[in-house]
Design a protein around this ligand. Sequence first.
Ligand code: PHE
Length: 339
Amino acid sequence: MLEKIEQIRAEVQQLTATTPEEAEQHRIKYLSKKGQVTMLMDEFRSVPAEQKRELGKKINELKQFVQDKINSLKEQVATSLTSGPQVDLTRTPYPIPLGTRHPLTIVKNEIVDIFSRLGFTMAEGPEVEDDWHVYSSMNFADDHPARDMQDTFFIEAHPDIILRSHTSSVQSRVMEQSQPPIRVICPGRVYRNEAISARAHCFFHQVEGLYIDKGVSFTDLKQILLLFAQEMFGEKTQIRLRPSYFPFTEPSAEMDISCHLCGGKGCSFCKHTGWVEILGCGMVDPAVLEAGGIDSTQYTGYAFGMGIERITNLKYQVKDLRMFSENDTRFLDEFKSAY
Ligand code: PHE
Protein backbone atom coordinates (compact mmCIF):
# COMPACT_ATOMS: atom_id res chain seq x y z
CA MET A 1 0.00 0.00 0.00
CA LEU A 2 2.87 2.29 0.74
CA GLU A 3 4.11 1.75 -2.77
CA LYS A 4 0.71 2.62 -4.22
CA ILE A 5 0.63 5.83 -2.18
CA GLU A 6 4.01 6.85 -3.53
CA GLN A 7 3.01 5.96 -7.08
CA ILE A 8 -0.13 8.09 -6.95
CA ARG A 9 1.80 10.97 -5.38
CA ALA A 10 4.37 10.82 -8.18
CA GLU A 11 1.65 10.70 -10.83
CA VAL A 12 -0.27 13.61 -9.38
CA GLN A 13 2.89 15.66 -9.06
CA GLN A 14 3.22 15.54 -12.87
CA LEU A 15 -0.38 16.52 -13.65
CA THR A 16 -1.03 19.49 -15.89
CA ALA A 17 -4.22 21.00 -17.29
CA THR A 18 -4.97 23.63 -19.92
CA THR A 19 -8.76 23.67 -19.62
CA PRO A 20 -11.18 23.48 -16.68
CA GLU A 21 -12.52 20.22 -18.19
CA GLU A 22 -9.09 18.65 -18.01
CA ALA A 23 -8.65 19.63 -14.35
CA GLU A 24 -12.09 18.17 -13.58
CA GLN A 25 -11.08 14.90 -15.27
CA HIS A 26 -8.12 14.70 -12.87
CA ARG A 27 -10.41 15.27 -9.89
CA ILE A 28 -12.71 12.49 -11.04
CA LYS A 29 -9.79 10.13 -11.58
CA TYR A 30 -8.43 10.57 -8.04
CA LEU A 31 -11.04 12.03 -5.74
CA SER A 32 -14.50 10.94 -6.92
CA LYS A 33 -16.36 8.02 -5.31
CA LYS A 34 -14.50 5.55 -7.52
CA GLY A 35 -11.34 7.65 -7.65
CA GLN A 36 -7.97 6.16 -6.87
CA VAL A 37 -7.48 7.97 -3.54
CA THR A 38 -11.02 7.15 -2.37
CA MET A 39 -10.46 3.49 -3.27
CA LEU A 40 -7.27 3.55 -1.25
CA MET A 41 -9.21 4.78 1.76
CA ASP A 42 -11.65 1.88 1.33
CA GLU A 43 -8.76 -0.57 1.23
CA PHE A 44 -7.38 1.04 4.38
CA ARG A 45 -10.23 -0.51 6.38
CA SER A 46 -8.79 -3.99 5.93
CA VAL A 47 -5.25 -3.01 6.93
CA PRO A 48 -3.89 -4.78 10.08
CA ALA A 49 -4.33 -2.64 13.19
CA GLU A 50 -0.63 -2.13 13.86
CA GLN A 51 -0.11 -0.46 10.46
CA LYS A 52 -3.19 1.75 10.68
CA ARG A 53 -1.55 4.64 12.40
CA GLU A 54 1.29 5.11 9.94
CA LEU A 55 -0.70 4.36 6.79
CA GLY A 56 -3.65 6.46 7.89
CA LYS A 57 -1.38 9.44 8.24
CA LYS A 58 0.16 8.85 4.82
CA ILE A 59 -3.21 8.43 3.10
CA ASN A 60 -4.52 11.62 4.67
CA GLU A 61 -1.42 13.47 3.54
CA LEU A 62 -1.86 12.06 0.03
CA LYS A 63 -5.50 13.11 -0.08
CA GLN A 64 -4.56 16.63 0.99
CA PHE A 65 -1.76 16.74 -1.55
CA VAL A 66 -4.03 15.63 -4.41
CA GLN A 67 -6.74 18.09 -3.41
CA ASP A 68 -4.25 20.97 -3.26
CA LYS A 69 -2.73 20.03 -6.59
CA ILE A 70 -6.09 19.83 -8.36
CA ASN A 71 -7.32 23.05 -6.80
CA SER A 72 -4.22 24.84 -7.96
CA LEU A 73 -4.65 23.42 -11.50
CA LYS A 74 -8.25 24.62 -11.52
CA GLU A 75 -7.20 28.05 -10.44
CA GLN A 76 -4.50 28.20 -13.09
CA VAL A 77 -6.81 27.40 -16.01
CA ALA A 78 -9.46 29.72 -14.69
CA THR A 79 -7.06 32.66 -14.50
CA SER A 80 -5.49 31.91 -17.88
CA LEU A 81 -8.94 32.25 -19.45
CA THR A 82 -9.37 35.78 -18.18
CA SER A 83 -5.77 36.85 -18.40
CA GLY A 84 -5.86 37.31 -22.20
CA PRO A 85 -6.02 40.79 -23.74
CA GLN A 86 -8.40 42.89 -21.69
CA VAL A 87 -11.45 43.96 -23.65
CA ASP A 88 -12.97 47.31 -22.87
CA LEU A 89 -16.61 46.84 -23.80
CA THR A 90 -17.41 50.51 -23.35
CA ARG A 91 -14.97 51.62 -26.00
CA THR A 92 -16.31 52.89 -29.36
CA PRO A 93 -15.84 50.18 -32.00
CA TYR A 94 -12.98 50.20 -34.51
CA PRO A 95 -14.18 51.24 -37.97
CA ILE A 96 -14.62 48.25 -40.30
CA PRO A 97 -11.96 48.70 -43.00
CA LEU A 98 -13.64 49.59 -46.27
CA GLY A 99 -12.61 47.87 -49.48
CA THR A 100 -11.39 49.85 -52.45
CA ARG A 101 -12.81 50.17 -55.90
CA HIS A 102 -10.87 48.11 -58.40
CA PRO A 103 -8.49 50.35 -60.43
CA LEU A 104 -10.18 49.24 -63.65
CA THR A 105 -13.55 50.28 -62.23
CA ILE A 106 -12.13 53.62 -61.16
CA VAL A 107 -10.82 54.30 -64.65
CA LYS A 108 -13.95 52.95 -66.37
CA ASN A 109 -16.11 55.25 -64.24
CA GLU A 110 -13.89 58.17 -65.13
CA ILE A 111 -14.12 57.43 -68.87
CA VAL A 112 -17.90 56.97 -68.72
CA ASP A 113 -18.17 60.14 -66.66
CA ILE A 114 -16.23 62.22 -69.20
CA PHE A 115 -18.32 60.98 -72.11
CA SER A 116 -21.59 61.36 -70.27
CA ARG A 117 -20.76 65.02 -69.79
CA LEU A 118 -20.37 65.13 -73.59
CA GLY A 119 -23.89 63.75 -74.09
CA PHE A 120 -23.21 60.01 -74.37
CA THR A 121 -25.40 57.47 -72.58
CA MET A 122 -24.20 54.08 -71.43
CA ALA A 123 -25.14 50.86 -73.19
CA GLU A 124 -24.22 47.29 -72.32
CA GLY A 125 -24.47 43.93 -74.07
CA PRO A 126 -23.87 40.25 -73.37
CA GLU A 127 -20.36 38.78 -73.00
CA VAL A 128 -21.52 35.49 -74.53
CA GLU A 129 -22.42 36.61 -78.03
CA ASP A 130 -23.19 35.25 -81.47
CA ASP A 131 -20.98 35.51 -84.52
CA TRP A 132 -23.34 38.01 -86.17
CA HIS A 133 -22.98 40.72 -83.52
CA VAL A 134 -19.24 40.28 -82.98
CA TYR A 135 -18.09 39.72 -86.56
CA SER A 136 -20.55 39.51 -89.47
CA SER A 137 -22.51 42.68 -88.71
CA MET A 138 -19.18 44.43 -88.11
CA ASN A 139 -18.13 43.73 -91.68
CA PHE A 140 -15.53 41.04 -90.94
CA ALA A 141 -14.98 38.84 -94.02
CA ASP A 142 -15.75 35.14 -93.53
CA ASP A 143 -12.06 34.31 -93.62
CA HIS A 144 -10.89 37.20 -91.41
CA PRO A 145 -8.10 35.98 -89.13
CA ALA A 146 -9.80 37.37 -85.98
CA ARG A 147 -12.46 34.68 -86.39
CA ASP A 148 -9.71 32.12 -85.91
CA MET A 149 -9.51 29.76 -82.93
CA GLN A 150 -6.32 31.56 -81.98
CA ASP A 151 -8.22 34.73 -81.25
CA THR A 152 -11.72 33.71 -80.33
CA PHE A 153 -13.18 31.46 -77.64
CA PHE A 154 -15.95 29.29 -79.05
CA ILE A 155 -18.69 27.55 -77.11
CA GLU A 156 -17.96 23.97 -78.13
CA ALA A 157 -21.47 22.70 -78.74
CA HIS A 158 -22.49 25.88 -80.63
CA PRO A 159 -19.71 27.15 -82.92
CA ASP A 160 -21.87 30.19 -83.66
CA ILE A 161 -21.81 31.24 -80.00
CA ILE A 162 -18.60 32.88 -78.82
CA LEU A 163 -17.17 35.05 -76.07
CA ARG A 164 -17.09 38.55 -77.51
CA SER A 165 -13.57 39.59 -78.50
CA HIS A 166 -14.41 43.30 -78.59
CA THR A 167 -17.19 45.58 -77.37
CA SER A 168 -18.05 46.54 -80.96
CA SER A 169 -20.76 43.88 -80.63
CA VAL A 170 -22.65 46.36 -78.45
CA GLN A 171 -22.58 48.93 -81.31
CA SER A 172 -24.28 46.35 -83.44
CA ARG A 173 -27.01 45.69 -80.85
CA VAL A 174 -27.63 49.40 -80.25
CA MET A 175 -28.03 50.05 -84.00
CA GLU A 176 -30.45 47.14 -84.30
CA GLN A 177 -32.60 48.50 -81.51
CA SER A 178 -32.59 52.23 -82.20
CA GLN A 179 -32.45 54.86 -84.89
CA PRO A 180 -30.20 57.95 -84.99
CA PRO A 181 -29.33 60.14 -83.30
CA ILE A 182 -27.35 57.50 -81.41
CA ARG A 183 -24.69 58.55 -78.93
CA VAL A 184 -23.57 55.69 -76.66
CA ILE A 185 -20.60 54.61 -74.64
CA CYS A 186 -20.27 50.86 -74.04
CA PRO A 187 -17.89 49.55 -71.38
CA GLY A 188 -17.40 45.83 -70.85
CA ARG A 189 -15.23 42.76 -70.57
CA VAL A 190 -13.90 41.05 -73.67
CA TYR A 191 -12.11 37.74 -74.22
CA ARG A 192 -9.28 36.68 -76.49
CA ASN A 193 -7.55 33.36 -76.73
CA GLU A 194 -4.11 34.56 -75.69
CA ALA A 195 -1.46 33.10 -73.42
CA ILE A 196 -1.40 35.01 -70.13
CA SER A 197 1.69 37.14 -69.57
CA ALA A 198 2.64 40.53 -68.17
CA ARG A 199 1.47 42.10 -71.45
CA ALA A 200 -1.49 39.97 -72.52
CA HIS A 201 -4.43 38.30 -70.85
CA CYS A 202 -7.27 36.07 -71.99
CA PHE A 203 -9.74 38.68 -70.81
CA PHE A 204 -9.56 42.45 -70.55
CA HIS A 205 -11.86 45.46 -70.70
CA GLN A 206 -12.80 47.95 -73.36
CA VAL A 207 -14.91 51.03 -73.78
CA GLU A 208 -16.52 51.56 -77.13
CA GLY A 209 -18.04 54.84 -78.28
CA LEU A 210 -20.53 55.29 -81.12
CA TYR A 211 -22.12 58.44 -82.51
CA ILE A 212 -24.48 58.35 -85.48
CA ASP A 213 -26.48 61.27 -86.84
CA LYS A 214 -26.88 63.38 -89.96
CA GLY A 215 -23.65 65.07 -90.99
CA VAL A 216 -21.29 63.52 -88.44
CA SER A 217 -17.75 64.02 -89.72
CA PHE A 218 -14.20 63.00 -88.95
CA THR A 219 -13.64 66.48 -87.49
CA ASP A 220 -16.29 65.72 -84.84
CA LEU A 221 -14.46 62.52 -83.99
CA LYS A 222 -11.15 64.27 -83.66
CA GLN A 223 -12.60 67.00 -81.48
CA ILE A 224 -14.32 64.63 -79.07
CA LEU A 225 -11.17 62.53 -78.74
CA LEU A 226 -9.07 65.62 -78.03
CA LEU A 227 -11.53 66.69 -75.31
CA PHE A 228 -11.42 63.20 -73.84
CA ALA A 229 -7.62 63.02 -73.85
CA GLN A 230 -7.31 66.40 -72.13
CA GLU A 231 -9.92 65.52 -69.49
CA MET A 232 -8.27 62.18 -68.81
CA PHE A 233 -4.59 63.06 -68.99
CA GLY A 234 -4.43 66.80 -68.45
CA GLU A 235 -5.02 70.01 -70.37
CA LYS A 236 -1.63 70.05 -72.07
CA THR A 237 -2.18 66.64 -73.69
CA GLN A 238 -1.90 66.59 -77.46
CA ILE A 239 -3.24 63.92 -79.80
CA ARG A 240 -2.23 62.59 -83.19
CA LEU A 241 -4.10 60.25 -85.51
CA ARG A 242 -2.32 57.65 -87.62
CA PRO A 243 -4.07 55.90 -90.53
CA SER A 244 -5.03 52.33 -89.66
CA TYR A 245 -7.46 49.61 -90.63
CA PHE A 246 -10.53 48.08 -88.97
CA PRO A 247 -13.18 46.16 -90.93
CA PHE A 248 -15.97 48.25 -89.35
CA THR A 249 -14.63 51.76 -89.92
CA GLU A 250 -13.54 53.60 -93.06
CA PRO A 251 -11.35 55.59 -92.84
CA SER A 252 -9.78 54.18 -89.68
CA ALA A 253 -7.14 55.60 -87.40
CA GLU A 254 -5.17 54.90 -84.29
CA MET A 255 -4.79 57.67 -81.78
CA ASP A 256 -1.66 58.52 -79.81
CA ILE A 257 -1.41 61.01 -76.98
CA SER A 258 1.69 63.00 -76.12
CA CYS A 259 3.48 61.07 -73.38
CA HIS A 260 2.24 62.57 -70.13
CA LEU A 261 5.26 61.31 -68.20
CA CYS A 262 7.88 63.26 -70.15
CA GLY A 263 5.52 65.81 -71.71
CA GLY A 264 6.46 64.57 -75.19
CA LYS A 265 10.21 64.97 -74.80
CA GLY A 266 10.83 61.23 -74.96
CA CYS A 267 11.42 58.76 -72.12
CA SER A 268 11.65 55.02 -71.63
CA PHE A 269 7.89 54.84 -71.09
CA CYS A 270 7.10 56.17 -74.58
CA LYS A 271 10.15 54.41 -76.03
CA HIS A 272 11.66 57.82 -76.68
CA THR A 273 9.04 58.73 -79.28
CA GLY A 274 7.14 61.23 -77.12
CA TRP A 275 3.83 59.50 -78.04
CA VAL A 276 1.81 56.59 -76.64
CA GLU A 277 -1.00 54.79 -78.43
CA ILE A 278 -4.34 54.74 -76.65
CA LEU A 279 -7.20 53.83 -78.95
CA GLY A 280 -8.60 52.83 -82.35
CA CYS A 281 -11.27 54.83 -84.15
CA GLY A 282 -12.82 55.74 -87.47
CA MET A 283 -15.97 56.59 -89.42
CA VAL A 284 -18.51 53.78 -89.24
CA ASP A 285 -18.36 51.81 -92.49
CA PRO A 286 -21.64 52.20 -94.46
CA ALA A 287 -21.90 48.40 -94.61
CA VAL A 288 -22.03 48.34 -90.80
CA LEU A 289 -24.77 50.99 -90.72
CA GLU A 290 -26.82 48.97 -93.22
CA ALA A 291 -26.29 45.73 -91.24
CA GLY A 292 -27.66 47.58 -88.21
CA GLY A 293 -30.74 48.75 -90.14
CA ILE A 294 -29.60 52.37 -90.52
CA ASP A 295 -29.88 54.20 -93.83
CA SER A 296 -26.28 54.91 -94.86
CA THR A 297 -27.36 57.45 -97.48
CA GLN A 298 -28.83 59.65 -94.74
CA TYR A 299 -26.58 59.07 -91.76
CA THR A 300 -22.90 58.95 -90.95
CA GLY A 301 -21.19 58.14 -87.69
CA TYR A 302 -17.95 57.62 -85.88
CA ALA A 303 -16.81 54.93 -83.48
CA PHE A 304 -13.84 54.48 -81.21
CA GLY A 305 -12.66 51.77 -78.85
CA MET A 306 -10.04 51.67 -76.14
CA GLY A 307 -8.65 49.16 -73.65
CA ILE A 308 -9.34 50.13 -70.04
CA GLU A 309 -6.21 48.29 -68.87
CA ARG A 310 -4.16 50.34 -71.31
CA ILE A 311 -5.57 53.65 -70.05
CA THR A 312 -5.08 52.49 -66.44
CA ASN A 313 -1.47 51.56 -67.18
CA LEU A 314 -0.86 54.98 -68.64
CA LYS A 315 -2.39 56.69 -65.64
CA TYR A 316 -0.92 54.56 -62.89
CA GLN A 317 2.04 52.78 -64.53
CA VAL A 318 0.94 49.27 -63.68
CA LYS A 319 3.71 47.16 -65.19
CA ASP A 320 2.08 43.74 -65.18
CA LEU A 321 -1.43 43.12 -66.56
CA ARG A 322 -1.87 40.12 -64.28
CA MET A 323 -2.02 42.42 -61.25
CA PHE A 324 -5.53 43.42 -62.34
CA SER A 325 -6.97 39.96 -61.83
CA GLU A 326 -5.00 38.63 -58.87
CA ASN A 327 -6.94 40.47 -56.16
CA ASP A 328 -3.80 41.16 -54.14
CA THR A 329 -5.06 43.63 -51.55
CA ARG A 330 -1.60 45.26 -51.26
CA PHE A 331 -2.02 46.34 -54.90
CA LEU A 332 -5.70 47.24 -54.60
CA ASP A 333 -5.10 49.29 -51.43
CA GLU A 334 -2.86 51.62 -53.41
CA PHE A 335 -5.99 52.95 -55.11
CA LYS A 336 -7.70 53.98 -51.89
CA SER A 337 -7.28 57.66 -52.60
CA ALA A 338 -8.69 57.43 -56.12
CA TYR A 339 -12.47 57.54 -56.46
N1 PHE B 1 -12.89 47.06 -81.75
C1 PHE B 1 -11.54 47.56 -81.92
C2 PHE B 1 -10.58 46.67 -81.14
O1 PHE B 1 -11.04 45.82 -80.42
C3 PHE B 1 -11.41 48.96 -81.44
C4 PHE B 1 -12.20 49.95 -82.26
C5 PHE B 1 -13.50 50.26 -81.94
C6 PHE B 1 -11.65 50.55 -83.38
C7 PHE B 1 -14.23 51.16 -82.69
C8 PHE B 1 -12.36 51.44 -84.14
C9 PHE B 1 -13.64 51.75 -83.79
O2 PHE B 1 -9.39 46.79 -81.25
